[in-house]
Design a protein around this ligand. Structure first.
Ligand code: AMO
Length: 438
């Protein structure tokens, strides 16, 4: 007895002609035309056409096909036949058909229907939404991005670490902290690994990175804010200046985008996305200059003000006209930056930077204040109580090298790389002010 070969839409080819094969997937579409029935069977990679001519097919299979609800999971055993009509050049004539899991009707939303479905309906039934190949492609690309980040950082001597997500104090301002009960204490969900990655700089582990969830109680309902995102953080000790940090991010983002272009050809096609490698080195725009640039384009802004979404977008347009998709904005006013950023003495500025991609901030970082007294003074200046940060400050008292680092929002990076209209398209189950389910 010949063995039945398991095939997917990727591995079934005209070379299988006349072989007995087994294929399985979701019944995307069934057409019963009297003398012949067609089933479009969808799997991870695409579509397999099942063709059942009445004269050559067992009556019980014709019966199953006549009443098969769309999106049911089906296993088909049959004979592969070369076919000029089937897109892949091959179809399967069924000899057995098993409905493994019948789908209820009506479906909460269509998978192939071209009607515009409201985003809320899509996200409410995300498991069904994600049956669309172009939506799943984003997550295959995201997985490649994370893999490429890992490889680049490990190649550059970084150690991957995991810091607590249940924490006693926040690093990025009280307004966006999620508070929760932790036994008999109050705790928070980590907004970033900031305090921990810095503490690690005093251990001798001089290059660390972390890719993990970060939580922000963001009240703003925008296309680039969510309350849970994946943060890619790095911290490096013994830096000469923030330039060392910028060089690392630049190398990493270049390597990742290049890798996506090389490895995700299929996914990019399915998505209809055209990814271009941003021109490097990325131009560096001092904050003061950035303000002048957007002012010259008519924006009302004064030195010291936040560029805001409007300023970032406008700057993105100016930079895009010059052929630059990625660029740095650096040396922000120290007042606008968190306590851990080093001040640029004798100026109102700081050793800080943002990395913007097509008019949107995707990363920020800088050189840290590693001198204990200066750090405590900066905390006090920001209205923070150093006593609530004792565990962190202690690491600066007993030998802390100069250091710097960054945080990069993985979904914002992917959003811009793939030109997705909303950050939520790069998150399987997004969380925001109104969404906690599914
Ligand atoms: P920052 O607060 O700028 O810096 O955050 C770093 C990056 O994280 C992403 N990000 C978000 N993405 C989606 N939704 C949000 N609500 C959200 N908030 C932030 C952005 C942003 O650039 N500790 C510092 C980093 C450092 O200095 O090392 C920090 O967290 O892409």
């Amino acid at each position: 007895m010949s063995e039945v070969a398991i095939r997917t839409s990727k591995t079934l080819t005209p070379a299988d002609a006349d072989a007995e094969v087994v294929v399985q997937g979701w019944a995307q579409d069934v057409r019963n035309l009297g003398g012949i029935s067609f089933l479009q069977l969808r799997d991870r990679y695409g579509i397999i056409q099942i063709t059942a001519p009445r004269k050559k097919t067992a009556p019980e299979i014709m019966e199953v096909m006549a009443s098969l609800p769309r999106e049911s999971v089906v296993r088909v055993i049959g004979t592969a036949k070369a076919s000029a009509q089937a897109k892949s050049g091959v179809e399967v004539l069924p000899t057995r058909m098993e409905v493994i899991s019948a789908a209820a009707a009506p479906l909460p939303m269509g998978v192939i229907d071209k009607v515009n479905v409201e985003p809320d309906t899509r996200f409410n039934h995300r498991f069904m939404d994600l049956r669309k190949p172009e939506l799943r492609a984003v997550f295959e690309i995201k997985s490649t991005v994370l893999n490429l980040i890992d490889m680049y950082l490990v190649d550059n001597g970084f150690v991957e670490v995991f810091t607590p997500k249940l924490v006693a104090s926040g690093a990025e301002g009280g307004a966006t902290l999620f508070e929760l009960r932790y036994f008999d204490k109050c705790a928070y969900l980590a907004q970033s690994p900031q305090l921990y990655k810095q503490m690690l700089m005093s251990t001798g582990m001089d290059r660390v990175f972390e890719i993990g969830p970060a939580f922000r109680a963001e009240p703003s309902d925008t296309v680039r804010h969510v309350s849970e995102f994946i943060s890619f953080d790095g911290e490096m000790a013994f830096i000469e200046s923030q330039r060392d940090v910028q060089k690392m991010i630049e190398g990493c983002t270049q390597s990742v985008i290049k890798g996506v272009i090389e490895q995700c050809d299929h996914q990019l096609k399915v998505l209809g996305a055209d990814v271009e490698l941003p021109k490097a080195p990325y131009p560096i725009i001092p904050y003061e200059e950035a303000v002048e640039m957007v002012k010259a384009e008519g924006m009302k802004i004064a030195l010291g003000d936040d560029l805001g979404t409007e300023g970032e977008k406008l700057l993105g347009e100016i930079m895009s006209r010059q052929g630059n998709d990625m660029y740095w904005i650096e040396e922000y006013p120290e007042e606008a930056k968190p306590f851990y950023i080093m001040e640029k003495d004798g100026t109102p500025y700081s050793y800080s930077f943002d990395l913007d991609y097509k008019g949107q901030e995707i990363s920020s970082g800088g050189q840290r204040e590693h001198r204990y007294d200066r750090l405590v003074a900066r905390m006090e200046k920001k209205g923070l109580d150093p006593d609530s940060f004792t565990f962190y400050l202690e690491a600066f008292k007993f030998g802390m090298p100069p250091h710097g680092g960054w945080g990069l929002g993985v979904e914002r990076f992917i959003q811009k790389m793939l030109d997705l209209p909303n950050i939520r398209e790069a998150i399987l189950f997004p969380r925001d002010r109104i969404r906690l389910i599914p």
